[in-house]
Design a protein around this ligand. Structure first.
Ligand code: GDP
Length: 478
């Protein structure tokens, strides 16, 4: 029981309380003392074991060398705010999108594919259409490898800024090669040479200076040199990576974003990483599953199949998967359901564990001194899983001093519901609605019960306000 564990720890010379969380080393030490062996399993390992129990494996191509064919690189655009990520993604899309048969209306499904010509050859590139490293980080945090190449956008009039460095560090940590887009060269005072010099300090040395990073001067606004940038992406991929996949196997890949559509149910954009996904396939995506009822490409056209590096919107899932969840096609509906249910149960356990996490050892001292740790509980609802996760990870990264703890009790896609308000009441949480409103009687209920529900449509605004609120919690009240 907890009391005797505390006693054992004390004998080992460590002062602990029964409710605090302890480090992995302490756990090993404690277990060793009691003749147990502790095996610490990461969520990824746990999931691998789950799939193995169904004789499935995620992440490897099946077959032999001969089965592999070249696949397009998957690219994420990163960089400091206002340096032109969104504008660049729009410019690329406008000039190069592979026109659908019916010339369908462009659909923002979270990713798109463009065609470009390199050395007289037609080559395709897949872009993840959510700028910013938050989405990238959220996906990576879940162990998803979504990106082959990162385009680092740096405005030539502004130069390297804090988020530029942050973004390049994320790409480096993920071992993703970087192509630098020096943007806004049309602006007065633009100094592309200076950008090259600045980035040298961070290990990104331009080819023309003897390094191995490609820098391309562009104007996203005027559509200048966009083709050169695309060419640089393909050349970098060819030089640094061996991007091949087996199209002749059951499809695997990751979910990029998803939402609940009033008429169509769960709508998820997935990126096929290997194999070919077909209408009628049974898939499991995170804790969602279902039979693919229909697929739409980035031009809104229905398609029957999608090969490696192709993003498609999938209809027919039971519920909404999270950004970065992997998907795998399985033979039997039953298998898909069982895997999904096991994962859902695990998620619930993890959420519970998070919620009941107590003050950490380092905090203890402060708690004793200050009386109590302040805690801000949040419930985040949004229109798409990508934005919800981006918002969550940004909020959790807020640095507001150690006296305040941010907890996300619940997050999800969809309107703010009465059950959200209920949860907020029970735990003194603030509810955040990102691009969604309160459904049904939820608004009245919140009003009646005095639950703070805040609506935002811009991530930065949400972060700023929560940050301010947190700072307020630190101030003494009279
Ligand atoms: P993001 O925050 O990185 O996504 O930046 P945006 O794409 O929203 O761009 C920020 C601002 O810079 C917008 O007003 C854009 O129109 C502008 N902008 C982006 N690229 C260029 C460019 O090449 N030249 C000029 N003059 N303005 C640009």
């Amino acid at each position: 029981n907890p009391a005797s564990l505390v006693a054992v720890m004390m004998n080992l010379g460590e002062m602990v309380t029964a409710t605090q969380s302890v480090s992995d080393e302490t756990l090993h030490l404690l277990a060793g003392e009691m003749n147990y062996t502790v095996q610490i399993v990461s969520p990824e390992e746990e999931d691998r074991e789950l799939l193995e129990s169904f004789d499935l494996e995620f992440g490897e191509n099946e077959g032999t060398e001969e089965d592999l064919v070249v696949r397009p690189p998957v690219v994420t655009v990163m960089g400091h705010v206002d340096h032109g990520k969104t504008r660049l993604l729009d410019a690329i899309r406008k000039t190069n999108v592979i026109a659908g048969e019916a010339g369908g209306i462009t659909q923002h499904i979270g990713a798109y594919q463009v065609a470009t010509e390199v050395n007289g050859e037609d080559r395709a590139i897949t872009f993840i259409d959510t700028p910013g490293h938050e989405a990238f980080t959220a996906m990576r945090a879940r162990g998803a490898r979504s990106t082959d190449i990162a385009i680092l956008v740096v405005a030539a009039n502004d130069g390297v800024m804090p988020q530029t460095v942050e973004a390049l560090n994320h790409a480096k940590a993920a071992e993703v090669p970087i192509v630098v887009a020096v943007n806004k060269i049309d602006v007065e005072g633009a100094d592309p040479t200076k950008v090259r010099g600045q980035l040298t300090e961070y290990g990104l040395v331009a080819e023309e200076y003897g390094g191995d990073t490609m820098f391309v001067d562009i104007s996203a606004k005027q559509g200048l040199h966009i083709d050169n940038l695309l060419e640089a992406v393909v050349l970098t991929a060819d030089a640094a990576l061996d991007l091949r996949a087996n199209p002749h196997q059951d499809a695997q890949g990751i979910a990029i974003e998803s939402r609940l559509d009033r008429g169509r149910g769960a709508v998820a954009t997935v990126l096929v990483q290997r194999g070919t996904l077909r209408v009628g396939d049974t898939m499991v995506v995170g804790d969602a599953y279902g039979r693919v009822r229909a697929m739409l490409d980035d031009s809104g056209n229905t398609v029957a199949e999608a090969g490696p590096s192709t993003p498609v919107q999938v209809l027919g899932l039971t519920n909404v998967p999270g950004a970065g969840d992997n998907f795998i096609v399985v033979e039997e509906d039953r298998t898909a359901r069982q895997i999904a249910e096991k994962r859902a149960a695990r998620e619930r356990n993890a959420a519970f564990a998070k919620r009941t996490r107590r003050v950490s050892l380092e905090d203890l001292d402060k708690v004793l001194k200050a009386g109590e740790v302040q805690q801000l509980n949040l419930i985040i609802k949004g229109d798409a899983s990508g934005s919800v996760e981006a918002l969550e990870s940004s909020l959790l990264q807020l640095d507001v001093g150690e006296e305040v703890d941010i907890r996300v009790l619940h997050r999800g896609v969809g309107a703010v519901t009465e059950s959200d308000i209920d949860l907020a009441m029970g735990s003194d949480a603030i509810v955040i609605g990102f691009n969604v409103r309160a459904a049904g009687r939820a608004a009245q209920m919140a009003e009646r019960e005095g639950v703070d529900v805040r609506y935002y449509s811009v991530i930065y605004q949400a972060i700023e306000e929560i940050e301010a609120a947190l700072k307020g919690m630190l101030k003494p009240e009279y």
